[in-house]
Design a protein around this ligand. Structure first.
Ligand SMILES: *[C@@H]1O[C@H](CO)[C@@H](O)[C@H](O)[C@H]1NC(C)=O
Ligand SMILES: *[C@@H]1O[C@H](CO)[C@@H](O)[C@H](O)[C@H]1NC(C)=O
Ligand SMILES: *[C@@H]1O[C@H](CO)[C@@H](O)[C@H](O)[C@H]1NC(C)=O
Ligand SMILES: *[C@@H]1O[C@H](CO)[C@@H](O)[C@H](O)[C@H]1NC(C)=O
Ligand SMILES: *[C@@H]1O[C@H](CO)[C@@H](O)[C@H](O)[C@H]1NC(C)=O
Ligand SMILES: *[C@@H]1O[C@H](CO)[C@@H](O)[C@H](O)[C@H]1NC(C)=O
Ligand SMILES: *[C@@H]1O[C@H](CO)[C@@H](O)[C@H](O)[C@H]1NC(C)=O
Length: 389
C-alpha cells in the first residue's frame, strides 16, 4: 500500500521539478544596462501547447516598479522580443519582471495593479491559468553585497535629490561584481561634463522591522573633513510614504560643510527638525593593529521612544549613498566602501551576539572598520553604532 507521505513526497518532487505546471519563461539575451540605442531583451515561453495563446507583460525595477513596458504575444516557437521601455531613465532598470497571461485574460493595457505582484509574490508558478499563469523576476544589473542581499544602482541623466545631484553609472569604477562583494560608492568627476556624480544603491525588497547592520571598511571619519559637504548615508526609505516622511531612519556621516564641528555623524528619525529626532555623534579614527577584530565597542546609541513617530514598515527598503549636499563646493573625488549588509528580524538589543564572522570585513587588509546597526520595532527605534578596533 502506498502510504500518504510517500504520495506527498512524489507529488512534491514533481511539483518542484515543475511538472505540474511545466510553464517557464526565460530571458535568453538582454541589451546592456544603460544602453540608449538598444533597449531590447529576447525571451522564450515554453511548456504551453500553443505559445500564441498567451501574452507576456514586463515591468522594470527602478526605485519602484515601473511599467508595464511590454505586451507581446510570442511566436509559435515561444520566442518573443520585449523592451525595458522608451522613457529616458528606463534603460537603468535593474530587474525585469515578467508575467504570462492567457490571451483571454490579459489585464487592460496600462493597468498597473499587477506591479504590486513582484513585491508580494517573488517567483511563483500559480498553476491557475484563469489569472496570472506565470511570474518571474530576472536580474539586469544587481549588485549582491556580502551578506547576500541584492541592491540596484540609482542612475539618472538629470539632477535629482538628495542634493540636486547627478547619480551615475561608471563601469570603470567597478560598481559591479567587486571581488570581495563590497559595494564601492563614489563621488566622481565626469571629465566629459565637468560635473561630479554621486552613488546610491537601493535595496530590492522591503525588509520590514528588525536590525539593519552595515559594515564599512574605509575611513568614513575622513569623508567630511576640510569643510566638505559629502554625506555617507545608510538609511531606510519608502518613496510611496510621503505622509510619514518616507519612513526614513538614517545614519549619516557628514559635517555638512562645517569643518569646525567636533562631531561627524548623526542618527535621524525623519523629519529631522522635530524635537528629539536628531542626535549628533563622533566616529573616531582608530588605527590599532594586533587585536584588530577582537572587540566590538559601542561608540554611541540612541533610543527613540516616541511610539507615535516611529515609521511604519510600509514598502520601506534599505538605501546606501555617498552624495554631496552642496555640489557647487565639491572639489575632490571621494570613495566609501561598504563591506557588508545584513538584516535580522530580531531587534538589535535582542540579538544574543553579533557573530564576528558577520561583521568582520571580508578582507582583513583594512584596519578601518565600522559597523552600524539600526533597529526598528513598533514601539521603539534603537540605533546603535559599533566600532571594531
Ligand atoms: C488551463 O488549465 C487547465 C487545467 O490545468 C487545462 O485543462 C487548460 O487547457 C488550461 N488552459 C490553457 C489555455 O492553457
Ligand atoms: C565577477 O568577477 C569574477 C572574478 O573577477 C568573474 O569570474 C565573473 O565572471 C564576474 N561575474 C560577472 C557577472 O561579471
Ligand atoms: C558623463 O556625462 C555625460 C553627459 O555629459 C554622460 O553622457 C555620461 O554618461 C557621463 N559618464 C559617466 C561615466 O558618468
Ligand atoms: C595610522 O596608521 C598609518 C599607517 O600605518 C600611520 O601612517 C598613521 O600615523 C597612523 N595614525 C595614527 C593616529 O596612529
Ligand atoms: C536603549 O535601549 C536598550 C534596550 O532596552 C538598553 O539596553 C540601553 O541601555 C538603552 N540605551 C540608552 C542610551 O537609553
Ligand atoms: C506599497 O506600495 C504600493 C504601490 O505604490 C501601494 O499600493 C501599497 O499600498 C504600499 N503598501 C504599503 C504597506 O504601504
Ligand atoms: C553651497 O555653497 C554656496 C557657497 O558657499 C552657498 O552660497 C550655497 O547657499 C550653498 N548651497 C547649499 C544648498 O547649501
Amino acid at each position: 500500500m502506498l502510504r500518504p507521505c510517500v504520495v506527498l513526497f512524489f507529488w512534491t518532487l514533481l511539483w518542484t521539478l515543475g511538472w505540474t505546471s511545466g510553464v517557464t519563461v526565460e530571458i535568453t539575451s538582454q541589451s546592456a544596462f544603460g544602453s540608449n540605442t538598444d533597449r531590447s531583451f529576447h525571451g522564450v515561453l515554453s511548456g504551453v501547447s500553443d505559445a500564441t495563446q498567451y501574452t507576456v507583460i514586463s515591468a522594470i525595477q527602478g526605485g519602484n516598479w515601473w511599467g508595464p513596458k511590454t505586451y507581446v504575444v510570442p511566436k509559435s516557437d515561444g520566442t518573443f522580443v520585449g523592451s525595458v521601455g522608451s522613457a529616458t531613465n528606463d534603460k537603468y532598470g535593474v530587474r525585469i519582471a515578467l508575467w504570462v497571461f492567457a490571451n483571454t485574460d490579459v489585464p487592460a493595457y496600462g493597468d498597473i495593479s499587477i506591479l504590486n505582484e513582484p513585491v508580494v509574490t517573488a517567483s511563483t508558478i500559480t498553476g491557475d491559468n484563469s489569472t496570472v499563469q506565470y511570474f518571474k523576476i530576472v536580474d539586469r544589473f544587481v549588485q549582491y553585497v556580502r551578506g547576500g542581499y541584492g541592491f540596484g544602482l540609482k542612475t539618472y541623466d538629470s539632477r535629482v535629490g538628495p542634493g540636486d545631484n547627478y547619480f551615475g553609472y561608471n563601469s570603470d569604477l567597478t560598481y559591479h561584481n567587486d571581488s570581495d562583494d563590497s559595494l564601492h560608492l563614489y563621488i566622481y568627476l565626469n571629465e566629459t561634463s565637468g560635473q561630479y556624480y554621486c552613488t546610491e544603491y537601493y535595496g530590492l525588497e522591503p525588509l520590514g522591522y528588525g536590525s539593519y547592520i552595515f559594515s564599512t571598511k574605509s575611513r568614513v571619519d575622513l569623508l567630511a573633513d576640510q569643510g566638505r559637504w559629502s554625506v555617507l548615508g545608510m538609511f531606510t526609505y519608502d518613496e510611496t510614504a510621503s505622509e510619514t516622511a518616507y519612513n526614513e531612519v538614517d545614519f549619516e556621516v557628514s559635517k555638512w560643510g562645517y569643518s569646525a564641528d567636533p562631531t561627524n555623524a548623526q542618527f535621524v528619525i525623519q523629519p529631522y527638525g522635530e524635537d528629539g529626532h536628531l542626535k549628533r555623534f563622533t566616529i573616531p579614527h582608530s588605527n590599532s593593529s594586533g587585536s584588530l577584530y577582537d572587540e566590538l565597542t559601542l561608540i554611541d546609541e540612541y533610543n527613540f521612544t516616541d511610539s507615535a513617530q516611529v515609521p511604519p514598515p510600509g514598502n520601506t527598503t534599505v538605501h546606501i549613498n555617498l552624495w554631496t549636499a552642496n555640489h557647487t563646493q565639491q572639489d575632490v573625488q571621494q570613495t566609501a566602501v561598504i563591506s557588508g549588509f545584513w538584516h535580522f528580524d530580531t531587534p538589535f538589543y535582542q540579538l544574543q551576539y553579533i557573530p564576528t564572522s558577520t561583521v568582520q570585513p571580508a578582507s582583513p587588509a583594512s584596519s578601518h572598520f565600522t559597523s552600524f546597526a539600526l533597529c526598528c520595532v513598533p514601539l521603539l527605534t534603537l540605533l546603535t553604532l559599533c566600532y571594531i578596533f
